[in-house]
Design a protein around this ligand. Structure first.
Ligand code: NAD
Length: 477
């Protein structure tokens, strides 16, 4: 099929490359010329493992090209994806300006030569499918009123669940595909588009091997339910991490270890093991924005979503924990040198949107500390996006630690786990390690000479391990 993807960010570029890899003919469009020029040279505008390789492979399959003009690709396409940003406004609601511009542009380009499906892949509040439909129609009437009656199109919602850092794997082997549409013709077009993905009828790329032969389940539903599914999924995931963080704070007070507690609860199939890692709080472009947007929607309908509010508050407080732990270890932060390991909001990405590192660095600098930092990928982005932030960027983790008074693990990049801790400790003024992601074993860090503080991990194991075997009755529920 012929496909246009509008927006070449983390979602649009990966979606376009995957659809072309599956055999569709794809044009990716962006208003940002610099991004399009890079993509034309075969370079990814973002850091995403395997993306450049996938674009090369996609060229040899369905074919992919990159444009700054929308009109011709839209006219040539059966399916048009909108994958533009929907950043938060100060009020918490989503800024739909980019979505609206894209929808009007699609309408202006439409003609009556074929049936087309316009798909919202951006994360958008309930009702946005209707809004896009109305704007496309307006675009048609404003630009080609003479063909308005002959233009046929459907609107769909196909929310995206990929994770930055494993976006290609997540797009080729998704847990599910959600298709929201108001009519059967529109839903059928998308079923045809996703057929190879649903049936897993493609040769897997060597850098993203197929994890299992399982077919991909499809949830076909209404526009509104599809829009709610995306927000609910993110709200639930953020709440799961927030829950672990809340429990970690109680663990610290009672002398338990949150990593063991979460292992213990995660083995319950009703809970599941994923997303239970306590730490210094979640970040990234989606969780905070999406929870705020859902809260705003609930408010528009006169409902106060208290669990969602609490989830945001727990995360806000969790981010302050690094400063508290540094104060407990060092007392005075003024004039101290603090080394941050990691800047990206999570490993394997260069994305710094709502990254805890930025808040921590800002706060430390404001309190009179000097901040050194190392991140394997995100340092250039950090420098560029935060020119006023007085961070001393270092070439590697060891040089960041040089003469520092404390080291903070902010992002759990795999290369940090492989550090020789004794070597790191030996280079520091005072070997204090605040492990914001529970990356290291406390005993290991202490043996290496560190004064260690993780998140939700008791300082010393004073209570004996329980040895009693629970009776069946006690173990139930
Ligand atoms: P992004 O900011 O990386 O990319 C958006 C792109 O859209 C930019 O390159 C921008 O130049 C382009 N754009 C804006 N207006 C345009 C227009 N009128 N025409 C053409 N291009 C235009 O954003 P992203 O991270 O890819 O997210 C896109 C959407 O997907 C958001 O709604 C986000 O919430 C959602 N989402 C993101 C992720 C993620 O992990 N990043 C995951 C799932 C869903």
């Amino acid at each position: 099929m012929r496909v246009t993807v509008i927006g070449t960010g983390y979602v649009g570029t990966v979606t376009g490359a995957c659809l072309a890899y599956l055999g569709h003919r794809v044009t990716c469009v962006d208003t940002d010329r610099a991004k399009i020029e890079k993509l034309r040279l075969g370079e990814a505008p973002i850091y995403e493992p395997g993306l450049e390789e996938l674009i090369t492979l996609a060229n040899g399959r369905g074919g992919i090209d990159f444009q700054t003009e929308l009109a011709q690709p839209v006219r040539d396409s059966d399916v048009i994806f909108i994958a533009v940003g929907t950043p938060p406004l100060p009020s918490g609601e989503s800024n739909l300006a980019y979505l609206e511009a894209a929808a009007r542009g699609i309408g202006a380009a439409m003609d009556g030569s074929r049936f087309r499906v316009v798909v919202n892949k951006s994360t958008v509040p309930v009702g946005s499918g209707n809004l896009v439909g109305a704007l496309v129609r307006e675009g048609i009437f404003e630009n080609h009123p003479e063909v308005a009656d002959s233009v046929q199109f459907g609107v769909a919602s196909n929310p995206e669940f990929l994770r930055e850092g494993s976006a290609i794997h997540d797009s080729l082997y998704p847990d599910r595909i959600v298709l929201g549409a108001e009519d059967d013709t529109t839903a059928q077009v998308l079923h045809r588009l996703y057929q190879p993905l649903m049936e897993q009828e493609f040769v897997d790329p060597s850098f993203a091997p197929r994890p299992s032969a399982r077919k991909v389940p499809v949830v076909t539903t209404t526009l509104t339910s599809a829009e709610m599914i995306k927000y609910s999924a993110n709200a639930f995931l953020a709440m799961k991490i927030g829950f672990s963080n809340e429990i970690s704070n109680i663990c610290e007070r009672v002398g338990a270890d949150v990593t063991e507690v979460m292992t213990g609860i995660g083995l319950d199939a009703r809970i599941g093991t994923g997303f239970l890692n306590a730490g210094i709080g979640w970040g990234g472009s989606c969780f905070g924005k999406d929870i705020n947007s859902l809260l705003h929607t609930a408010g528009e309908y006169g409902y106060q979503a208290r669990l969602l509010e609490a989830s945001l508050e727990v995360n806000r407080l969790q981010r302050q924990i690094v400063i508290q732990k540094l104060q407990e270890k060092l007392f005075i932060l003024k004039g101290r040198t603090i080394a941050l390991l990691g800047l990206a909001f999570k490993p394997n990405t260069d994305d710094l949107r709502d990254a805890p590192s930025l808040q921590i660095a800002e706060k430390l600098i404001h309190m009179g500390a000097r901040v050194r930092a190392y991140d394997p990928i995100a340092m250039d982005a950090c420098r560029e996006q935060n020119p006023g932030l007085r961070i001393c960027y270092c070439n590697d983790a060891l040089s960041a630690a040089e003469h520092a008074d404390a080291l903070v693990v902010v992002t759990e990049w795999p290369e940090f786990a492989a550090l020789n801790l004794a070597d790191v400790a030996g280079r520091m003024n005072s070997p204090v390690l605040i492990d914001g992601r529970n990356l290291f074993q406390p005993e290991h860090a202490r043996l290496a000479g560190f004064e260690y503080a993780g998140i939700g991990r008791c300082a010393t194991r004073s209570a004996p391990r329980p040895t009693a075997v629970l009776s069946d009755a006690a173990a139930a529920d």
